[in-house]
Ligand binder design. Structure first.
Ligand SMILES: [Zn+2]
Length: 439
């Protein structure tokens, strides 16, 4: 019954995604070298305009454009639902890819290119569905706010954060939101797939560590070396395994894995059993504890000169409720004589896996996949949910994709040969249609 109505959305989603990938929206973290968000936002505006949906575009800085549209619901007294996606992508080096990363090529049933899973796929699915609805006269039960935003890949300051701070009225009445990263399947067996719905994400704590020492000649005895001091601290941080902390979503997730695979998971060492999930276990494992990975080093300018300072950058991530504990853990590891400053710091977010919205997600997934078992999980990275949560919304990662069992999905995020199956996009449209019509 639903299929004929969605025919147009399912047939145009691949082309919409290819077109969007061809608009290079690389976000380098620096506006002067970032390109394309304006062109992408205007392209989305044009596609919405074609079917009579008006939208507004706001720029935080020149070219850093975000688009917002509101589809009025049948009952305007009900709270609205935000569906948001980012338009920017991380850089890609064509030399490393099988196809050009900005070609949007369709090959072997997949759409290839930077953004194919992060997250122009969801952008295109929502766009295709909105266009289908407008053409066939479908009205959602309540207002749906669509947001296509800039700058997520650099923390969202010039995208979601900007909109929330400067134009909160655009999100008036929104109490819940869906976006990346979640809704995708992990195949347990032919008749059972776990669908991971993101209900929480870790907080972000990028930091610089700086050690000071006595500068001097590299040939002489020297017991106050900034490089040595820094490296000792960096090595302690990098080698440390933070204690296991089971948050509510991960407790549920582990129970679901135990049940699905018929195994018992050792609560002290859950990573061992979780390894059976494949490469996604690297993301899942990072949601069981705080983490801190050294990523950059900077010291010195000549082989025989001991510099007076040395610094390092560390990518720290803390679980919901662990912000202060993480700071204490870090202080103990870093020790004396090394200063820590935050470069980027943003909250962890968490909501519960219950309520009518979650019921609709579960029902929509099960209707389209009889073997679907939706489970909550915590994402190890960060998304724009951090911004929208500040307006009081419950945020979920729900970009539904039924994936082929052999696809190494986790490695495609920011990876080489990023690609998404066309059939997965069509599945996603059908799930989103059911979900949004019953939310
Ligand atoms: Zn993303």
């Amino acid at each position: 019954m639903d299929t004929p109505r969605l025919h147009r959305a399912e047939s145009e989603v691949a082309e919409l995604l290819s077109d969007l990938i061809r608009i290079d929206t690389t976000n380098t973290g620096d506006t002067s070298t970032s390109a394309g968000e304006r062109a992408a936002a205007e392209w989305v505006a044009g596609k919405l305009d074609e079917v009579g949906i008006s939208s507004v575009i706001h720029e935080s800085e020149r070219g850093r454009a975000s688009l917002v549209a509101r589809i009025p619901g049948a009952d305007r007294s009900r709270p609205a639902l935000l569906v948001h996606g980012h338009l920017d992508v991380v850089p890609a080096d064509p030399a490393e890819w099988s196809v050009h990363p900005f070609s949007g090529e369709e090959r072997d049933g997949y759409i290839w290119g930077r953004g194919a899973v992060d997250m122009k796929d969801m952008d295109a699915m929502v766009l295709a569905l909105a266009r289908d609805w407008a053409r066939t006269g479908v009205q959602p039960p309540r207002d749906i706010v669509l947001a296509y935003v800039a700058d997520e890949e650099a923390g969202g300051k010039l995208g979601a954060h900007f909109l929330v701070d400067e134009h909160p009225d655009l999100f008036e009445g929104c109490t819940e939101a869906i976006s990346e990263v979640g809704g995708f399947s992990i195949t347990v067996r032919d008749d059972l797939r776990l669908y991971l719905v993101q209900t929480a994400e870790k907080g972000l704590a990028w930091m610089r560590l700086t050690a000071a020492g006595k500068p001097g000649h590299g040939s002489m005895l020297h017991d106050d070396n900034a490089v040595t001091r820094l490296c000792e601290a960096v090595a302690r941080v990098g080698a440390h395994r933070f204690p296991l902390t089971l948050t509510p979503p991960m407790r549920s997730f582990i129970e679901a894995v135990e049940d699905a695979y018929g195994v018992e998971i050792d609560p002290a060492e859950p990573e061992v059993a979780l390894a059976r999930l494949g490469s996604i276990s690297r993301m899942i494992g990072a949601a069981l504890r705080n983490t801190a990975n050294p990523t950059m080093l900077d010291a010195g300018y000549k082989a025989n000169v001991i510099p007076g300072t040395a610094s390092a950058t560390v990518d720290g991530r803390f679980l919901y409720g662990q912000e202060e504990e993480f700071e204490r853990q870090l202080a103990a590891l870093i020790g004396e004589g090394v200063q820590r400053e935050w470069l980027v710091h943003d909250q962890a977010v968490e909501t519960t896996f219950d309520g009518p919205l979650v019921d609709s997600m579960v029902a929509a997934l099960r209707a389209e996949d009889g073997g679907a078992r939706p489970v909550p999980f915590t994402m190890s990275g960060g998304t724009d949910a951090k911004s929208f949560q500040t307006l009081g919304m419950r945020c979920f990662g729900f970009s539904p994709l039924r994936l082929p069992p052999e696809l190494d999905f986790a490695s495609l995020f920011h990876g080489i040969d990023e690609r998404v199956p066309v059939e997965s996009l069509q599945f996603g449209i059908r799930v989103l249609d059911r979900f949004l019509r019953h939310s």
